[in-house]
Design a protein around this ligand. Structure first.
Ligand code: SAH
Length: 343
């Protein structure tokens, strides 16, 4: 019987796996679909599953938990952004952020508690990896946030704490679970996964989930500079990464997003912009410039508005599609990983 790496959390189960559970408990197959529907509604007790017989509810309750995380801290911004420090039953803490956009509501979820990628500007990685989350725990963030805000959530970005491709199997489980028509039914095109560039997984992802959006954290126009802020660059060379990204766009026909956190005096020069432009010219890509969120305990400062605007202009003049990320929730601890550390 499947359990995931956190025992007994029924949110990890696919409809087929639930069928096996129900069969083992001696009940009819169709009960599995009923249970799956209730779980996707965000109920936190088996007793809420009104059309499921009391005997089956009791049997499930003996064996399983519905591990919806509890919001142990919560910050709300004037712009509607809600950031939560969520805690699962075993005490594992992660962050999720609810955001309002013109195109609808979105949630940024975590794929791991902590991270072992070691990017030098990021708060999530400062204490290393605590543990990876299961697919059900990724889904649970969406359900718990919807319960908390009372709002529909139509877009999910896996850009919170952790490196999703360092937890590929459970990320895949999550995508299948949330896409499941009987359950949450989220369209694959409404999901975006962000990676620091684990090349073998980029290739797998292109084959497994060609409809899901991919964002790659670049943060530098060349190998030398990338190595300075992203240890992962030492393992995966810049040119190889670009090659994998190119193959991704060819295979999927989808535009790739490159994230570029603009850091004062590190990667914000006109020369950097020109080099990046020459790399990306003619690509099916899009650059998202992210004014750096300053992190307590990290020496980096955010690039000033002027240099961000100049950077953007240089990319644009080479025909590279570029946007500057709207800073939502700037009046709260917007940078991921900061709430967990603020004890
Ligand atoms: N591990 C994934 C998801 C990480 S968070 C990845 O690396 O893509 C999503 C984005 O936020 C990444 O591009 C990450 O590099 C960036 N990021 C991390 N810390 C940041 C900070 N302090 N300011 C701005 N962006 C940051």
């Amino acid at each position: 019987m499947y359990y995931g790496n956190t025992k007994n959390n029924i949110l990890n189960y696919s409809p087929e796996e639930l069928e096996a559970v129900v069969a083992e408990l001696g009940d009819k197959k169709f009960r599995a679909a009923q249970i799956f529907v209730w779980l996707a509604k965000g109920v936190n007790s088996f007793d809420d599953m009104k059309n499921v017989p009391a005997s089956l509810r009791a049997a499930l309750d003996e064996r399983f938990r519905i591990d919806l995380p509890e919001a142990v801290r919560r910050q709300e911004s004037k712009d509607g952004t809600v950031k939560c420090l969520f805690e699962f039953a075993d005490g594992t803490q992660i962050e999720s952020v609810f955001m309002k956009y013109e195109y609808g509501n979105s949630i940024c979820i975590s794929s791991q508690s902590g991270c072992r990628m070691g990017c030098t500007f990021c708060a999530s990685t400062m204490d290393g990896l605590d543990r990876s989350l299961t697919g059900g725990e990724m889904l649970a963030q969406v359900l718990a946030m919807r319960n908390l805000t009372g709002e529909d959530i139509g877009h999910v970005v896996v850009m919170g704490m952790g490196e999703p491709f360092d937890n590929y199997d459970e990320l895949s489980r999550f995508i299948r679970l949330i896409h499941e028509k009987k359950g949450y039914g989220l369209g694959l095109r409404n999901i975006t996964v962000s990676t620091c560039g684990l090349i073998p997984k980029i290739r797998e992802f292109a084959v497994d989930f060609p409809q899901v959006n991919l964002a790659v954290s670049l943060h530098a126009p060349n190998q030398k500079l990338r190595e300075r802020t992203m240890p992962v660059a030492k393992k995966y060379d810049y040119d190889d990464l670009m090659q994998a990204c190119r193959e991704y766009t060819e295979l999927t026909g989808r535009r790739i997003t490159f994230e570029y956190a603009v850091i004062d005096g590190v990667n914000d020069s006109a020369a950097c912009a020109k080099e990046l432009a020459s790399r990306l010219k003619g690509w099916l890509s899009h650059v998202n410039l992210i004014p750096l969120n300053e992190v307590r305990g990290r020496e980096y400062r955010t690039a000033n508005e002027k240099s961000v605007a100049a950077f953007k202009k240089i990319l644009e003049s080479s025909g590279v599609a570029v946007t500057v990320r709207r800073t939502l929730g700037s009046d709260i601890d917007a940078a991921c990983g900061q709430l967990r550390r603020k004890k």
